[in-house]
Design a protein around this ligand. Structure first.
Ligand code: 13P
Ligand code: SF4
Length: 325
């Protein structure tokens, strides 16, 4: 039940946002209080699309730093604020712009597809960005005979390769520490103890590859195993008839899933799958951000201009997931 203190805090946040002409965007992995007070909640693709079109002069981005940078790239004249600029991403840290330049030099003529979990400098060296909800469509949009350099997530890369059946895709061996920690043996054990449950698996998971393998081997039921972005999980949750769904992603996701479907039981595959960066954004820091206008996110104009091309190509491809408002 919502307490009076929570309600008063939420009213204060909404009033401050209106006073400062600010819109609050929150990723699906944020803590429940922040998801509930935000004007829009969604996955990274949906939030990028919203950031590009909102009328307010300030965007308060409750998520991690690369997401706020993407908002800056798309809405350069707006003020973008993240409540704690130290909220990074272990996956984005696995490749630098110098490393990508070196990789490109080894594969002249290849098209670079980068997951949106990358720095603005990496995006500036990229041809097309993608998110987990449109990675397959982005790679499919590239002529079949043109080699692809896919970075930085190896598990999403393996998923895309399997879906597109491409043999000219080179995959960077990066990973997210949270999702890599959700492994196949854990999934197998959970499935064995819950034989009627459906499975929602984020493609960044270490188990995404083995979930498909286990499905093809009949160990987990193929018709009940779904590899989905966080936005895709919400769409699937709205229509599922399952009594129970096992969820393999960051545990912040459970809040929205339980909100959109109150009859199905949603359980995490791994309760310890918590992103410490996402959780650096607290209700207190959100209030401070609105009061004091910190931390401002900036991207040098030349980097933003180059990166915008790859981000806009990403936004143009794939179906937008629905967002909570
Ligand atoms: P989505 O693109 O599915 O929102 O995922 C973002 C992310 O950081 C996953 O860890
Ligand atoms: Fe990055 Fe992983 Fe956190 Fe997502 S869950 S923001 S990929 S560290």
């Amino acid at each position: 039940m919502t307490s009076t203190v929570d309600t008063q805090w939420a009213e204060r946040i909404r009033a401050l946002a209106a006073e400062k002409d600010a819109v609050i965007l929150a990723h699906n992995y944020q803590v429940p209080e922040i998801q509930d007070v935000a004007h829009h909640v969604g996955d990274s693709l949906a939030l990028s699309r919203i950031a590009a079109t909102v009328p307010q002069s300030t965007i308060i981005f409750c998520g991690v730093h690369f997401m706020a940078e993407t908002a800056k790239i798309l809405s350069y004249d707006k003020t973008i604020i993240i409540p704690d600029e130290r909220a990074g991403c272990s996956l984005a840290d696995t490749i630098t712009a110098d490393q990508l330049r070196e990789w490109k030099a080894q594969h002249p003529g290849a098209v670079v597809v980068s997951y949106v979990n990358t720095t603005a400098a990496v995006k500036a060296e990229t041809d097309i960005c993608c998110t987990s909800s449109n990675a397959v469509e982005v790679v499919q949009s590239i002529p079949a005979d043109v080699p692809v350099l896919f970075c930085p997530d190896q598990f999403l890369g393996a998923h895309v390769q399997r879906m597109t059946k491409r043999n000219n895709m080179h995959i960077w061996m990066g990973e997210c520490h949270v999702h890599a920690g959700i492994n196949g043996s854990e999934l197998k054990a959970m499935v064995a103890s819950e034989p009627d449950a459906e499975l929602f698996v984020h493609p960044e998971c270490g188990c995404a590859t083995s979930a498909m393998y286990l499905a093809s081997e009949g160990v987990v039921p193929a018709e009940r195993t779904h590899i989905l972005s966080t936005g895709g999980m919400l769409d699937a949750a709205r229509t599922t008839k399952a009594k129970k769904v096992l969820v393999a992603t960051e545990t912040g996701m459970l809040h929205q899933l339980r909100k959109v479907n109150v009859t199905t039981v949603f359980e995490p595959v791994n309760r310890a799958a918590v992103c410490k960066y996402m959780k650096m954004i607290t209700p207190e820091k959100l209030e401070n951000a609105l009061l004091h206008g910190t931390d401002v996110v900036d991207v040098p104009r030349d980097i933003a201009d180059k990166a915008r091309l790859s981000v806009e190509r990403m936004i143009a491809i794939g179906t937008p997931s629905r967002v909570g408002e």
